[in-house]
Design a protein around this ligand. Structure first.
Ligand SMILES: CC(C)(COP(=O)(O)OP(=O)(O)OC[C@H]1O[C@@H](n2cnc3c(N)ncnc32)[C@H](O)[C@@H]1OP(=O)(O)O)[C@@H](O)C(=O)NCCC(=O)NCCSC(=O)c1cc(O)c2ccccc2c1O
Length: 266
């Protein structure tokens, strides 16, 4: 596979997958997701690799979710919503080795879902977390909602989704979304030391532990599959399109007016 949207490197037991789209704050499109899935599978198949680090290029963002500039209400690619997002989410869980999210900036929307799904998250004190779906006409059913609630608790997960607020790295650590927060300039050293520690452990014991954790929450994949069918329909609605349009036009969306127009058949 030729990697255009990501950087993929393997060295000393560690595979590093970096979303390389800083011009859109590392937002993903279909190709990005396909490449990341392929890289995860490649790393998993390589016996020399014992840990994967998922990151975003530059200093501003880990990942800000779906690329809104390529979002026209319907998508043309593979997957229920035109992006093979289910395959990618499944790959994070299916790989037998731990995946660490390296969050140095914004982890927003689908980017926050990716960080949530990684086995562990190490963040710089500059990192900012949050969901934006109900602000921009989207939602991440399954892993983004139900699994998030497993991690931060029901009340906090509902707050995160309904209010669409931003949370600092320290707040995210307090709610269990982050394993460790370190000063920005110490992020890579800290992650390197976590990788070295993991590489000293029994890979088979870790694989069994990961599969065991996964087994308990695997039913959430079904909620996600079901939810994506609904999401595909939602993306075709005036209400969802208003969110994307407003974001691109840098204005406040008027979801209720869009819903009224749709109901009136205008
Ligand atoms: C991340 C922010 C909070 C940063 O705010 P700030 O005020 O600091 O900066 P700007 O807002 O001015 O952004 C700078 C620059 O980056 C562009 N940008 C940022 N995010 C995106 C994005 N996601 N897509 C495209 N472009 C982006 C922004 O337009 C600016 O460009 P300029 O050219 O004007 O400089 C803030 O940017 C923010 O809240 N971003 C919103 C992020 C967003 O809407 N994310 C998508 C949510 S939906 C989603 O994630 C999603 C998930 C899925 O699983 C999907 C699955 C299948 C299909 C679609 C999915 C999907 O959309």
């Amino acid at each position: 596979m030729i990697y255009a949207d990501i950087k993929y490197e393997k060295a000393d037991g560690v595979a590093r997958i970096t979303i390389d789209r800083p011009q859109v704050m590392n937002a993903f499109r279909g190709e990005t997701i396909e490449e990341m899935t392929a890289a995860l599978r490649d790393a998993d198949a390589d016996d020399a690799i014992g840990v994967i680090v998922l990151a975003g290029a530059g200093d501003r963002a880990f990942c800000t979710g779906g690329d809104q500039s390529t979002h026209s209400g319907t998508y043309a690619g593979r997957g229920v919503v035109g992006i093979p997002i289910e395959e990618f989410h499944a790959a994070i869980r299916d790989v037998r080795i731990p995946v660490i999210a390296r969050v140095q900036g914004y982890a927003i929307g689908g980017g926050n879902v990716i960080a949530t799904m990684c086995d562990m998250t190490i963040a710089s004190e500059k990192a900012i977390f949050g969901q934006v779906g109900p602000k921009v006409g989207s939602v991440d059913p399954g892993w983004g909602t139900a699994y998030l609630a497993r991690i931060v608790g029901e009340k906090k997960a509902r707050e995160i989704w309904y209010m669409c607020r931003r949370y600092t790295a320290v707040e995210a650590e307090r709610m269990g979304l982050v394993n460790k927060v370190v000063p920005h300039e110490e992020l890579d050293t800290e992650i390197e030391s976590w990788c070295r520690e993991i590489l000293e452990r029994s890979p088979t014991a870790i694989a069994i532990a990961k599969r065991s954790f996964n087994a308990d929450t695997n039913s959430i994949a079904g909620i996600g599959n079901l939810g994506l069918e609904a999401l595909a329909l939602y993306y075709q609605s005036e209400e969802s399109k208003e969110g994307v349009k407003a974001f691109m036009e840098k204005r406040k969306p008027d979801f209720r007016a869009a819903r009224r127009r749709q109901k009136a058949g205008e």
